[in-house]
Design a protein around this ligand. Structure first.
Ligand code: FCB
Length: 497
């Protein structure tokens, strides 16, 4: 077909979708307060009656995602050291409304209730992160045993509900002591990370089988040191920023190495990237080729080292004097084979054939639909094109969508309901695109909705809620939104409803 100039291997049989769709299990229906009539009403239409193909492959991994600094609170509980974000947030003017991470969702103390709620929603897979400053309060040196013990209890609690963890080693909360040494600018961070990765993989090898090394290198390097709005809010030049990328890539390599050395049987690992996603205006050969070349240009600095074991020559020559300093041997670590790529997919920009390089971006016009998070243009086709281009270009055979969702300033519940149809409809549109990609052979094996509950949204503080569960930050009362109830049915039926 003209839409698919480079066909992907079909990794499962389309006929698997035509099997009768499973119905929401009665237990889950009960947990949602659905009586048997309601459960019956939830029965899918007869197979074949749906032209859109709403089922997902059997075994598809459905989950929700969070990150330690955004939900845990307990900022100095049980010996935890401060993170760069703790410090950054306590400086007035950096975070909306002067919000801090001190309490967040108080998940540090409330995780048993939160996991019960997840289980009630039928969630079986959970992406979360470990707080480095809980394990090493000063970034390296002496392990903080209470921090280690906390996650042992947490993983046990998850297991008691039959929920499997997908654990991110680093989701932006660098120990403040390391930030003071220069943070990601200095190579010393890689030794500290290696020690941290070894420690947590050894400690939790019997409880964790899916690891993610780093979350979104672009955000904690470029946006943190190159004039963005992430901690530590530095405004360094390209040479420094390129070096922070390189150190992050080495840490990714150490994360993979640690899992191979200490992860035990069946342990798997990969990076989570927020690749820039170009979406072809029309799905025709010319615009698709433009999207492909734009994808390469935007993501080459992270994905080439990992998948090709080197920096792209053009990237280096374009960077000139600002190119990162590296040793050739660094790439032995950086390009250690991984088991999957995690992709965070929220939005994408439009491109078409044309311009001097054969591809040109098409700017969003005013009034293009956008979430309340102003960066989140509602471009659901990114969910098709992101994974497809990554898989085609880099030959990746397994992808998880490790985040997707939408940030809105939801109103508090009325009569126990938060009718967040904007979020529900956008996620639904994204899942349709994901389903389309899978049917075309794009090897996506799972999807994690960001986020389980409203939480600390970095520089936006407690505005821009991304949860499918509403959190009242004063009382810590959680209320599943309409999107949570809908997503629960998607999980239960393994299909769009
Ligand atoms: C991603 C981050 C995640 C969350 C979402 C909305 O960039 O990984 O922590 O804040 O954006």
């Amino acid at each position: 077909m003209a839409r698919h100039p480079t066909p992907l291997n079909n990794t499962f049989d389309r006929r698997t979708f035509l099997k009768a769709a499973p119905v929401l299990p009665l237990a889950a229906a009960g947990a949602l307060g659905l009586g048997s009539d309601a459960a019956k009403a939830d029965t899918p239409e007869a197979p074949g009656a749906r032209p859109d193909g709403s089922e997902f492959p059997s075994g598809f991994v459905w989950g929700v995602a969070t990150a330690a600094p955004q939900i845990e609170g307990g900022a100095s509980a049980d010996g935890k050291g401060p993170s760069n974000w703790d410090v950054w947030a306590r400086t007035p003017g950096n975070i909306k409304n002067g919000d801090t991470l001190d309490v967040a969702c108080d998940h540090y103390h409330r995780y048993p209730q939160d996991f019960r709620m997840m289980a009630d929603l039928g969630v079986k897979h959970y992406r979360m992160s470990i707080a480095w400053p809980r394990i090493y309060p000063f970034g390296r040196g002496q392990v903080n045993q209470p921090g280690i013990d906390f996650y042992h209890r947490l993983f046990d609690e998850l297991a008691s509900h039959g929920i499997s963890p997908y654990v991110t080693m680093f989701h932006w909360d660098l120990p403040a002591a390391l930030e003071e040494e220069g943070g990601w600018r200095v190579r010393g961070v890689t030794d500290a990370f290696a020690q941290y990765a070894d420690t947590i993989v050894k400690a939790y090898a019997h409880q964790v089988k899916h690891w993610i090394t780093l979350n979104e290198i672009y955000c904690f390097t470029r946006l943190a040191y190159g004039g963005g709005d992430k901690a530590p809010g530095a405004n360094d030049g390209d040479a420094v920023v390129n070096q922070t990328y390189h150190h992050a890539l080495i840490c990714h390599g150490h994360g993979v190495r640690a899992v191979r050395e200490f992860g035990g049987a069946g342990a798997q690992v990969g990076l989570t990237d927020n690749s820039g996603i170009p979406v072809p205006v029309t799905e025709t050969v010319g615009d698709i080729a433009a999207a492909r070349s734009s994808f390469v240009r935007e993501n080459i600095r992270v994905l080439d080292p990992i998948y090709r074991g080197r920096y792209d020559e053009k990237y280096l020559s374009d960077a000139g004097a600002a190119a990162p300093k590296f040793a050739d041997s660094d790439f032995q670590l950086i390009s250690l084979p991984t088991d999957y790529l995690g992709m965070n997919v929220y939005t994408g920009g439009f491109v078409r054939a044309g311009g001097s390089g054969g591809a040109e971006g098409v700017p969003f016009p005013p009034h293009f639909p956008v979430a309340d998070s102003p960066w989140l243009k509602l471009n659901a086709r990114a969910m098709y094109w992101g994974p497809r281009l990554a898989a085609e270009i880099y030959g990746i055979s397994r992808i998880y969508i490790t985040e997707n969702g939408a940030g809105y300033d939801d109103s508090p519940p009325v009569n126990g309901e938060v009718p967040d149809l904007h979020r529900l409809e956008y996620v639904r549109a994204c899942l349709r695109e994901l389903r389309r990609g899978i049917a075309d052979g794009v090897p996506v094996r799972g999807y994690f909705l960001w986020s389980l509950m409203d939480n600390f949204e970095w520089q936006d503080g407690y505005t821009r809620r991304f949860g499918i569960v509403y959190n009242d930050f004063k009382t810590q009362e959680r209320t599943p939104k309409m999107s949570a109830r809908w997503y629960s049915r998607v999980i239960g039926g393994n299909r769009l409803v």
